[in-house]
Design a protein around this ligand. Structure first.
Ligand SMILES: [Zn+2]
Length: 205
């Protein structure tokens, strides 16, 4: 008999990129105009890279470097949102839905306060989650170390996965992009006892 899937799985991710003079950083898939750019093979999005590793960690399915090696020219300059989409489409992932995600961005520069709302909304879109399941905090490194000296930017992420009662059908993958903050309001997740039909709808997300 097949071993039953764990009801809950947690994953942890971390990333760091060096900064160099430039015009913008990509964070959570959002272009943040600033006098820096990330030194990276792809777009250097520390938030999405940390989240990808957290997802892969929760699935015990390796790490970002194994799936998208930076020695492969095919990944040169790629948008990290494509890495997210590919991981979410993995067969093993179809047995789970994401419960919530939480991110720390550690950057002395640029200041991210004005961009946090846009980053959360974009994460909700990319991971097909209601906004109240997306945590995002930004802080400085108190001028300590490379991050504090504005030579690097870091992100940390955790992801909680919940086993689905039935694996998601492949056709549901094409619907994923339509589910977002508009289509699945936060209140739906907060409802104490959703009717059976709604629970099934959520499970096929
Ligand atoms: Zn990275």
């Amino acid at each position: 008999m097949a071993r039953p899937r764990q009801a809950l799985r947690v994953g942890l991710g971390y990333d760091i990129h060096r900064l160099e003079p430039g015009e913008a950083l990509f964070l959570a898939g959002v272009r943040v105009p600033c006098p820096y750019r990330a030194v990276a093979h792809s777009d250097g999005d520390v938030v999405l890279h940390a989240l990808c590793d957290a997802l892969l960690g929760a699935l015990a399915a390796g790490d970002l470097g194994e799936h998208f090696p930076d020695t492969d020219p095919a990944h040169q300059g790629r948008a990290s949102s494509e890495f997210v989409a590919e991981i979410l489409a993995m067969e093993v992932m179809q047995h789970y839905r994401i419960g919530n995600i939480d991110v720390n961005i550690i950057a002395q520069a640029p200041r991210l306060g004005d961009h946090k709302a846009a980053m959360r909304i974009n994460l909700a879109r990319l991971f097909a989650l209601p906004l109240d399941c997306v945590g995002l905090k930004a802080r400085t490194n108190e001028h300590c170390d490379s991050v504090g000296e504005k030579r690097a930017i870091q992100a940390q992420a955790v992801v909680l996965l919940e086993a689905r009662t039935r694996p998601r059908a492949t056709t549901a993958l094409t619907r994923r992009r339509r589910v977002g903050t508009e289509h699945e309001p936060a209140t739906m997740r907060l409802a104490p006892k959703p009717p059976r039909s709604r629970r099934e709808t959520r499970d096929s997300r």
